[in-house]
Design a binder for this molecule. Structure first.
Ligand code: DGL
Length: 265
């Protein structure tokens, strides 16, 4: 019998598409379901309690409906806050997304790293721990931006936001004491790689950007080794917790990434 169970990607919005791309490149036959909690978006301005209460319940409903073989929490905010609770609630392998501080520390020459995430992510003890373990000899400067999440969503809807808004986001890192030495920026929110070109153009000096996408794709590949896939991946499904005009405006952006069917949870 052909195993057509999908891999389910979960985020508050479209950010998780930055994880879908490298996963698709590595697993071209896999079926993907993309789930966005549009009714709960944005996560970055929510409390830890709200996220920890909301995400495991939603994933339980999604797992029941789509019967995935594996779930990817394609969201740093949900992963850094609720990964243990999510794993406890589900009887499935779960891959999380956490800030790529380790790869950043491996390549930084100035030993000054910027971490760009949501406000909720950058305040997590999880980030302190990663910085201590993997970037002990680096200065790690953080900045949380809700506007950059909005900018990524708008870009995926086909809008072209004012470049000055990207400048303002990066000023939040570079204008901190010691910020002028930043040579690597961790995109610690899955939305941000979607606007990496705009960020690079806004940077006051050349910097390298890193994120967890490739590492997560390799992890998915390792966890599904030896499993069967259908001959063709079929239509990708994008499911939203609220499917209104804002979400419908994403139709072309989702379609070019392989998600041609839209549903509401
Ligand atoms: N994409 C998400 C992350 O990686 C969250 C964005 C938001 O909803 O604030 O953190």
């Amino acid at each position: 019998m052909i195993d057509d169970r999908p891999i389910l990607f979960f985020d508050s919005g479209v950010g998780g598409l930055s994880i879908v791309a490298p996963a698709r490149a590595l697993l071209p036959q896999a079926r993907f379901v993309y789930a966005a909690d549009s009714a709960g978006f944005p996560y970055g301005i929510r409390t830890e309690e709200e996220i920890a209460a909301r995400v495991p319940v939603l994933l339980g409903r999604l797992a029941e409906r789509y019967r995935p073989r594996l779930i990817v929490i394609a969201c740093n905010t949900a992963s850094t806050i609720a990964l243990p609770a999510i794993r406890a609630a589900l009887d499935l392998p779960v891959v999380g997304t956490v800030p790529a501080i380790r790869p950043a520390a491996l390549i930084s020459r100035t030993r000054t790293i910027g971490v760009l995430g949501t406000q909720a992510t950058v305040r997590q003890a999880y980030v302190d721990d990663l910085a201590m373990r993997f970037a002990g000899d680096c200065t790690v400067l953080r900045h949380g931006s809700a506007d950059l999440v909005e900018l990524a969503e708008a870009t995926l809807r086909g809008e072209r936001p004012d470049p000055a808004r990207f400048d303002a986001v990066l000023a939040g890192l570079f204008d901190q004491p010691g910020g002028e030495a930043i040579d690597v920026i961790v995109n610690a929110c899955t939305h941000f790689p979607l606007v990496e070109a705009q960020l690079a153009a806004a940077a006051p000096r050349p910097v390298r950007f890193v994120d967890g996408g490739d590492g997560i794709a390799r992890r998915i590949d390792a966890l599904t080794q030896g499993q069967d896939w259908p001959a063709t991946p079929g239509e990708g499904i994008a499911v939203f917790t609220r499917l209104g005009d804002r979400e419908r405006a994403l139709t072309p952006g989702l379609a070019i990434r392989g998600f041609t069917t839209m549903q509401e949870l």
